[in-house]
Write a protein that binds this ligand. Structure first.
Ligand code: HEM
Ligand SMILES: [Cu+2]
Length: 762
């Protein structure tokens, strides 16, 4: 099959589909006209003059919101293009033989899929969201350099065209070949999409193919665009903030964009340089990456010194969106705001120290390798902090079912799987086995697909009313979100399974035994594809046909004090433009996390209240623990009487600390541990899982501890005895937990202080 033809027709089909939806939606929008009839079609159709005016406006705008929309539209087009590549890859892999496309074509497909997605989809969309919302969030009038902003955007379309000129040339050539002799257009026919892998390793990337030169130029240009955008974000955040916005209450998305931009500033110039060196090698006879010069490994160092930070460049904005959106739908403020900021900074710094983990198999000195392994494992810690904070934010929340909620929760799940499998990969012996397999593809897609597009979709739903003044189709959105999460899990976990079976990646063919799993992965990919089309439809259709919103607070954010500046901006605008009055929530409740400015700023001012809290907490905790342990002793006694518990096990407790086996000593130890250790765990758990520290939490806690005990002290029983044992363990701990939580609650030491109104963090 002709690859270019298939790709261009699929792309055309999506565009035509969008236009049809627009046409239909507009046609249906027959607003009553003053004479009582409906306006005819012709009256509503755009005139040539209007089209011209629109074209001039959109190509010359320097308004941050319009540029933001341009970025988002561009990124979406690139995503569809790269997505079509992905669908073609997966269709090809339905059969073990390379019978749909040649191996060469297959290599072109995954090369350009990777590059299009990473370079032309993700960064532009995030820069678009940043452009639109960042000034609104920080109360700036516009970006710091509006014209530079426009230039940064307008470099992108030509760079995408340069990068993907292969297909354009091929199709143009094929069309022209019908009317002109072949040798007139031999230049066009010489172009071919590069098949060198997105990492462009020499010597493959030194092979003659004119298109590779254009690809490198396109990438270089896009790098310039990205750097310009990053400079603009940094300057805007530092200098254009409203006076009321300090570093402590800068919203989390802007924080993430700031740190992302900082990484860009350090990483992208390096990519630019490396690309130029490669271009020089290809065209001017230098030998930077040739064996007689610097060698191919030099390219790997340079590429990955950009490449791994790049991973975080595309990932951090997504986590920023998660931290921003998730709290809105669970009615709680983001837990651990400060730690999320710290973890983001830590990732920014560490991301430059891990690049060689991509080169474990290319002969890096073992001593150096080990240190890269250590930093690569270490970088998991800040990511894990984020995950814990998100989960904690949901804890005890008032979770509301909406498309963004599903996307956030699904995305946390996928990210955990993707992240944990990444830690394994950071371990050299594991990497050596799995490096070249689908395990890697599964791992990075769970992150790339699992959190990046999912958070983009969540943002598109969350801000849709603000962007368009209308509401999207909620049922369709919920359906679409579920489909997307399921499709992603299905596709990429299947790829991971293929990786466990050690199927190598980047091959157009595979042994027939793998075809079952390959089919599953392809089905999953089509599910993703379909859900993306549904989203596209929903966005376009609702733009014309969605219910106009009646309030600037469609998510009831005022009720939980999370009505952030961009919505306040929107409220103003709605009132000025459509006369919609500001709404008042029925009730307002603080979202639990205490506001930051409650605490005194000086470190000395903090010590005393902290010390006092610690002392009183410890006292209350110990009392609770003591009472809990006494109650539990009662349960134990009952068990002894019933014959399901052997006093001997209390006596042997003493041997754990090196004392002779003795009942009194054992029980003493039991009392001390129950009084000291468990309440400590319980209290710190209560600190980490904010919300009211209720009996329910106590029971949960006891259940967790009991399960630990049951597993840890499993005694080899089976049948009814095992059941009785488990039942007894749980019961005894529940009694303990109830006593502990009840005492603490009634002594009042750990009652939650309600947060006081405004001034909290995002
Ligand atoms: C529908 C969603 C997607 C599907 C089905 C898909 C599928 C694939 C497949 C099958 C490969 C080739 C694996 C191989 O043969 O080694 C691949 C590679 C790749 N994909 Fe995706 N992908 C999807 C989305 C994405 C997204 C959203 C991104 C980035 C944000 C992305 C980035 C990449 C990269 C960087 C490669 C590496 C290419 C290489 O091995 O050189 N993909 N994808
Ligand atoms: Cu890396």
């Amino acid at each position: 099959m002709n690859r270019a033809l298939v790709e261009v027709s699929l792309f055309g089909a999506v565009i035509v589909g969008c236009l049809l939806v627009v046409g239909f939606a507009q046609r249906l929008r027959a607003e009553p006209s003053p004479d009582g009839g409906y306006a005819t079609d012709r009256e509503r159709r755009l005139g040539l003059g209007d089209a011209k005016a629109a074209a001039v406006r959109w190509t010359t705008t320097t308004n941050h919101r319009e540029i933001g929309l341009l970025y988002i539209a561009f990124g979406t087009v690139a995503a569809i293009w790269g997505g079509i590549d992905a669908m073609m890859i997966r269709t090809h892999l339905l059969t073990p033989e390379a019978n749909l496309w040649t191996e060469q074509t297959y290599n072109e497909l995954f090369t350009m899929h990777g590059l299009t997605m990473l370079i032309f989809f993700v960064t532009p969309v995030f820069f678009g969201i940043g452009n639109y919302f960042l000034p609104l969030l920080i109360g700036a009038d516009d970006m710091a350099f509006p014209r530079l902003n426009a230039i940064g955007f307008w470099l992108l379309p030509p760079s995408l065209l340069l990068a993907r000129l292969g297909i354009v040339a091929e199709v143009t050539g094929a069309v022209l070949a019908v009317i002109v002799p072949n040798d007139w257009i031999s230049v066009l026919l010489a172009f071919q999409e590069p098949a060198i892998g997105w990492t462009m390793y020499p010597p493959l990337s030194l092979a003659p193919n004119p298109q590779t030169n254009f690809l490198l130029l396109g990438l270089h240009l896009s790098g310039i665009a990205t750097t310009i955008g990053a400079i603009n974000f940094i300057t805007t955040i530092i200098y254009e903030r409203d006076e009321s916005i300090g570093w402590a209450n800068l919203d989390i998305f802007s924080w993430n964009m700031l740190i992302t931009s900082a990484i860009v500033i350090f990483a992208f110039p390096l990519l630019g340089t490396a690309l130029l060196m490669l271009l020089f090698d290809r065209n001017f006879g230098t030998t930077f990456f040739a064996v007689e010069g610097g060698g191919p490994i030099l390219w790997q160092h340079l590429l990955w010194f950009w490449g791994h930070p790049e991973v975080y460049i595309i990932f951090l904005p997504a986590t920023g969106l998660m931290s921003l959106i998730l709290p809105k739908f669970v009615g709680r403020k983001l837990f651990g705001f400060k730690f999320i900021v710290y973890s983001t900074i830590a990732i920014g710094v560490l991301s430059f120290g891990v690049w060689a983990h991509h080169m474990f198999v290319t002969g890096v000195d073992p001593r150096v390798r080990a240190s890269f392994m250590a930093t690569s494992i270490a970088i998991a810690v800040p990511s894990a902090i984020k995950v814990f904070n998100w989960i904690t934010t949901m804890w005890n929340g008032d979770v509301r079912l909406a498309a963004p909620t599903i996307l956030c929760v699904g995305s946390i799940g996928l990210f955990i799987v993707g992240g944990v499998t990444g830690i394994f990969l950071a371990v050299i012996p594991v990497d050596v086995i799995y490096h070249g397999t689908y395990y890697v593809v599964g791992h990075f897609h769970l992150i790339l697909m699992g959190i990046i597009p999912l958070m983009m979709f969540a943002a598109s739903y969350y801000w849709y009313p603000l962007l368009t003044g209308r509401m999207y189709d909620r049922r369709l959105a919920i359906f679409q979100s579920v489909l997307l999460v399921v499709g992603s899990a299905l596709t990429f976990m299947t790829l991971m399974a293929l990786g466990f079976l050690e199927l190598p990646r980047r091959y157009a063919t595979y042994p027939a035994g793998f075809s079952g799993l390959q089919i599953v992965a392809t089905v999953g990919a089509f599910i993703i594809g379909i859900s993306v089309l549904m989203w596209l439809y929903n966005m376009i259709w609702s733009y014309f046909q969605g219910t106009p919103i009646e309030t600037a607070d469609p998510w009831e954010l005022k009720a939980t004090e999370q009505f952030t500046p961009e919505w306040q901006w929107f409220e103003d605008r709605l009132e000025r433009k459509r006369g919609v009055p500001p709404s008042e929530p029925d009730s307002v409740r603080p979202s639990y996390v205490p506001a930051q400015d409650e605490r005194p700023l000086s470190i000395y001012g903090r010590i005393e209240p902290v010390a006092r809290t610690v002392a009183s907490d410890a006292g209350v905790g110990a009392t609770g623990g003591f009472i809990g342990t006494l109650l539990m002793s009662g349960a134990l006694l009952a068990a002894v009487v019933l014959g399901v518990f052997d006093l001997e096990s209390i006596a042997t407790l003493a041997t754990l600390v090196g004392l002779p086996s003795n009942l009194a000593l054992g029980y003493g130890l039991f009392l001390i541990a129950g009084t000291a250790v468990w309440p400590l765990l319980f209290l710190s758990l209560g600190e980490y899982l904010p919300g009211e520290l209720t009996l329910v939490t106590g029971l949960w806690y006891a259940t967790v501890i009991a399960s630990g005990f049951a597993i840890g002290f499993y005694t080899g029983q089976t049948g009814l005895e095992l059941v009785t044992y488990l039942l007894f363990v749980v019961l005894a701990h529940w009694i303990y937990g109830l006593g502990l939580a009840g005492t603490i609650a009634s002594l009042g030491g750990r009652q939650r202080r309600p947060s006081t109104g405004e001034g909290g963090n995002e």
